[in-house]
Design a protein around this ligand. Sequence first.
Ligand SMILES: *Cc1c(COP(=O)(O)O)cnc(C)c1O
Length: 482
Amino acid sequence: MDSQINGFTGFGRHNPGFVSAKDAIRKAEIAAQAAKNDPVQQARQTLAQAQAFTSGLGSGADDANAHRGSAHRSAALKFAAPVSSRDSGLTFDPEKLARIPEADRRWAWVEVDLSAIRHNTQAVRNRLAHGVRLMAVVKADAYGHGAVPVAKMALNSGADYLGVATVDEAIELREALIGAPILVLSQPPAEAIPLLLGYKVMPAIYTADFAIAYAEAADAFGISAPFHLAVNTGMNRIGVRWDQAAEFMHQVGFHRALELVGTFTHFATADCTQTLDFQIQTKRFLEALSALRMAGVDPGIVHAANSAAAIRFPDVHFDMVRLGISLYGFYPCPETLTTIDLKPAMSVYARISDVRTVPLSDGVSYGLHYRSRGAHTKICTIPIGYADGLRRSLSSRVRFLYNGALMQQVGNICMDQCMFEMDPYAHGLRERREPAIGDVVTIIGGDGDNVCTVEGMCELLNTIPHEVCIDFGTSRMPRLYH
Ligand SMILES: *Cc1c(COP(=O)(O)O)cnc(C)c1O
């Protein structure tokens, strides 16, 4: 680091070339005496004086701060590197610095309870007939919960297969030495085929061009090209039309490397009260399967159910269910609430970073839209904002938990911070006490008898839990596991 540009100048005693302001003035006075009758000397002396002052003033201020913060300075010495005999100047040891916990670097963080992942995997597993596989869908960094730890825990708790959205998501799992079968739930670009083969990751396939390119690349290496056939039964997102699935396999099946490991479809309305469209998709999928079998094609592992269908409709479990949102502890729809016990794995916390009493009718945050109610009301700041997944459209609508009581967020949510209001003497607080910097605030999670849920936030945002937990979990906040 270059102290000239980063603003951290050394103190005089650590800096051999250093001239303090006092010394500079003294030197300048002597020089002035000597140069009384010499104009060239006089000019030089003025310049030297100016330079000495600039350098001296900056370091003088640092020195004053160092005295005021001497407690922090001695604490900081813990982070010094071992001092060599030649060099007595202290430096910070990068390894020791790296050990400062993430939640102490910034007071906003996500916690993931891996035992909840275990609980949810087992809760669904218990509803499956013997022999039905369970795919843990860990796309989008496991819906923000962390792909690698979630995948490991799910596989440890009864999952057999992993589902991801992208080739890179699959590679991340392989690099963490996860050996379970991985399916990319859509067809990647053909350019990614060497990665699929190299990392042993199966693609979903629905075009003949991709199938042939994949088969030929595998053949060149003398290996097989396993894949799952994606069938479109009505969602109209990806896949071969249900009434063309047999024809498609006839087209590409000649290739000796291609290996149809599974056949799947995806429901558009498994979480809707009305089940007619779901039934139409099921019927079409069954038609595709029987057409494949009639053509002498073994469809392999047959799968269709996402969380909602896995919990609501055992008839469509087939050979595997694909568990996404309920793996993370969320109920995909109200119909599933009484059927199964799920535990949310994610919670979000912050610590109060500033507290103040704002005079009556003074504004708070951008736009000053909130006006203080004065007197007893404290305005507390927490360092979490819309860059951390706390969406700005929640401004003045969301509530947090402090000491077991619900606190109204006030003013616009900023990028990195937001404020909430607290009346420490209002009833509802378990303990009446003044809020203080460092106190924990629950953004998502339970505290005492109250709970702030992802679902509650979803109602305010008109969205689904998938989006809310991905926003928090994949933000810049650290994730802590327990
Ligand atoms: C994301 C996804 C799932 C998981 O859906 P949930 O509703 O989260 O359980 C299952 N199948 C496919 C094809 C998906 O893309």
